[in-house]
Design a protein around this ligand. Structure first.
Ligand code: ATP
Length: 243
């Protein structure tokens, strides 16, 4: 297994409260990993530490062989680490494709000149096809439904050409049919070579998607293994499922 992300003994404190204690996690290139845990167990904090939004107090984080523990968020993004947010916040007055052209122009292509506009437009169109949102390309983002907003959020993250995509509750509040639609998109993205971490409360979705599941409880990893084994683990059932 070739490691893409290695979280090594990470501890995160907020004042006197320890939100993550000695977290160790190794994610292989190409893997589909599910991260579960009850409310307040530290899932978002862990994502924030990995993506660089929060500094860590102890431990180290390596990405694609390099220590990124102290790298700024934008440099981690440039290295190939992308995430989606629980609540997508697109520019509502801009169209769907314009929302994508912003990251493509400024993150990927940097200072772009006018003659490359066609190339950016074509790349944005391609991204929208990958997330099955091409038919809404010219709609204002403010008019999108919940599932369409999630698709745009995925496209925005994929626009940065990530090696690792962390999806923070990309399916919360969606109908079952929509959950399956997002799962299919994530499977396709994974097949195209993107390693994916899914943080999710919808257990059927995590089970269908993940090759491996990690369960966090009170800031500690209590179980890490094959989906069926994790779900059958008594500690996981007690902590997460309440049984
Ligand atoms: N900025 C902060 N300052 C202080 N405490 C925080 C901060 N962010 C998170 N916490 C605390 O850290 C713990 C872990 O929170 P976190 O949001 O990471 O949990 P979570 O597993 O993502 O929860 P949920 O499933 O509800 O999103 C919680 O007790 C939370 O109150």
């Amino acid at each position: 297994m070739t490691s893409l992300l290695k979280v090594d003994g990470v501890t995160k404190r907020f004042g006197g409260f320890t939100a993550l204690t000695d977290v160790n996690l190794d994610i292989a290139k190409g893997e589909r990993l599910g991260l579960i845990g009850p409310n307040g167990s530290g899932k978002t904090t862990l994502i924030n530490c990995i993506s660089g939004v929060l500094p860590i107090e102890a431990g180290a984080i390596a990405f694609d062989g390099a220590d990124i523990s102290k790298l700024a968020t934008y440099r981690r993004a440039k290295a190939g680490l992308a995430r989606t947010f629980q609540i997508p916040k697109p520019f509502h007055s801009m169209t769907v494709i314009e929302n994508l052209m912003v990251p493509l122009e400024y993150i990927v292509h940097r200072l772009i000149d006018a003659k490359n506009q066609n190339a950016v437009h074509s790349e944005a169109s391609d991204l929208l096809r990958r997330v099955r949102l091409a038919d809404r390309m010219n709609a204002p983002a403010g008019q999108l439904s919940q599932v369409e907003l999630r698709k745009l959020e995925l496209a925005r993250a994929v626009a940065t050409r990530p090696k690792l995509l962390i999806c923070d509750e990309a399916m919360a509040g969606l109908a079952t049919k929509e959950v399956h639609e997002i799962l299919d998109i994530l499977m396709d993205l994974n097949s195209s070579g993107i390693t994916i971490v899914m943080v999710e409360h919808i257990l059927q979705a995590v089970m269908r998607f993940s090759q491996r599941i990690v369960c966090l409880t009170a800031g500690r990893i209590i179980c890490d293994g094959a989906p069926a084994d994790v779900m059958a683990n008594p500690e996981v059932r007690r902590a997460y499922l309440g049984s």
